[in-house]
Design a binder for this molecule. Structure first.
Ligand SMILES: [Zn+2]
Length: 72
């Protein structure tokens, strides 16, 4: 029983280590969906936007288009 507890602990520790490693490897750099430019964003923003990330230039263009569409 003591031994199985030890193994469970080992498993948990390995999982935590794996998650930490992934966190380090997954640098918060994403590519813009339109122009493929690298954009640095926090992961929080990434998940908030469900992975749909655009650089500020493309976002500006979309905003401009939206405004133009409203007026047309
Ligand atoms: Zn872009």
């Amino acid at each position: 029983m003591c031994r199985s507890f030890f193994y469970e602990r080992m498993k948990l520790e390995n999982l935590v280590k794996l998650l930490i490693r992934e966190e380090i490897l997954m640098t918060p750099i994403f590519k813009c969906l339109i122009c493929r430019k690298d954009i640095e964003r926090s992961k929080k923003t990434f998940w908030k936007k469900k992975g749909h990330l655009l650089c500020s230039t493309c976002l500006d263009n979309i905003e401009k288009n939206k405004i133009e569409n409203v007026f047309l």
